[in-house]
Design a binder for this molecule. Sequence first.
Ligand SMILES: NC(=O)c1ccc[n+]([C@@H]2O[C@H](COP(=O)([O-])OP(=O)(O)OC[C@H]3O[C@@H](n4cnc5c(N)ncnc54)[C@H](O)[C@@H]3O)[C@@H](O)[C@H]2O)c1
Ligand SMILES: [Zn+2]
Ligand SMILES: [Zn+2]
Length: 379
Amino acid sequence: MPEPLTVRGAVLREMGLPRPYAETRPLEIVELRLDPPGPGEVLMRLRAAGLCHSDLSVIDGSRPRVMPMVLGHEAAGEVVACGPGVTSVEPGDHAVLTFVPACGDCGPCRAERAALCEPGAAANTAGTLLTGARRWHDGGGGDLHHHLGVSAFADHAVVAESSIVRVDDDLPFEVAALFGCAVLTGVGAAVDAAGLRGGETVAVFGLGGVGLAAVLGAKMAGASAIVGVDVIAEKLALATELGATATVLASEDDPVAAVRTLTDGGVDVAIETAGHEAVLAQAYAATRRGGTTVTVGLPDPSRMLSIPAVSLVAEERTLRGSYLGSGVPARDIPRFIEDYRAGRLPVDRLLTHRLGLDEINEGFDRLADGHGVRQAIIL
Ligand SMILES: NC(=O)c1ccc[n+]([C@@H]2O[C@H](COP(=O)([O-])OP(=O)(O)OC[C@H]3O[C@@H](n4cnc5c(N)ncnc54)[C@H](O)[C@@H]3O)[C@@H](O)[C@H]2O)c1
Ligand SMILES: [Zn+2]
Ligand SMILES: [Zn+2]
């Protein structure tokens, strides 16, 4: 039996510490012990990891998870070793990690809805790998939890084979990592969940990593108008560079009225990525009769949404949620990488900062302040 590996990783022990994180340091960079991969598991040398708002929501306590946890879920790296029974990768392969391990066998998996895998969701809630195992231990020997089967903020991780998708070696790791969450989620919301077609009009509420990926997806799908909405002016400027045809500063103008005016009475598709139920209500109200609203943001579980019930029927509106882009990562990540290589999806434009693991708390302050888009931790 191989010895456990010593790994440097970022551990969250307590949610809800006050800001600034540069002072309270919720993520502690420590030496951890990592067990070798078991059956169906893979040891990865992680090379790059993105900071996503879903990580921040665990740190600030609005998306509670079991503690303590090695945080992070958007990453790419290299396969170091495979446990028994692993067939899809071998040592040396490069791979993107995805944050729902899909068992391949449950009802949702068989219906090509891997994002809803039932054993995958149960393992993610429990903070374990798909097998139920926990491979992390801290210096004192206590067990730590895995974050969404990934735990990206560490130089190595053990993950289920179904948490990784092999990619070509020439894709830079910090670009590859984006495909695991921001791209899969944002582009998938626009082209798959919303079923956006050429000529349709779109509004994207919230222009962070996920929202700007949705803008890129909408442009690729041939939307005739793309309205970007945010409360931070620098986000609007970047959205315009990436394909938004108009923008609205929601801290100054009523975004519902503005979107309706800009699009002749409302958009065909509204995509919400701000993570606030009030913004979801605005997105819904900004669609035209017969329009579709796709929500991607993850508000605190205690928050409720209120909409006029009759509008779903009398105005034939559609409201749907989208998790992990509503698709199958093993199929959609290679598909979106092909779009990137062909120049249809310039997702590298989402990368605004490169940080060392020691700068991670400062990175989360920046994300919470709404500055920058995707920040890559280079591992
Ligand atoms: N569904 C999924 O599978 C999935 C995957 C990843 C992230 N998420 C969720 O999606 C959301 C976005 O993630 P992200 O990493 O892009 O976050 P982010 O912080 O980078 O982006 C959020 C953006 O929303 C903007 N915003 C805040 N208040 C607003 C308002 N009132 N009106 C308009 N815009 C507003 C912010 O300024 C920011 O630009 C989060 O809730 C995250 O948890 C969901
Ligand atoms: Zn994410
Ligand atoms: Zn499944």
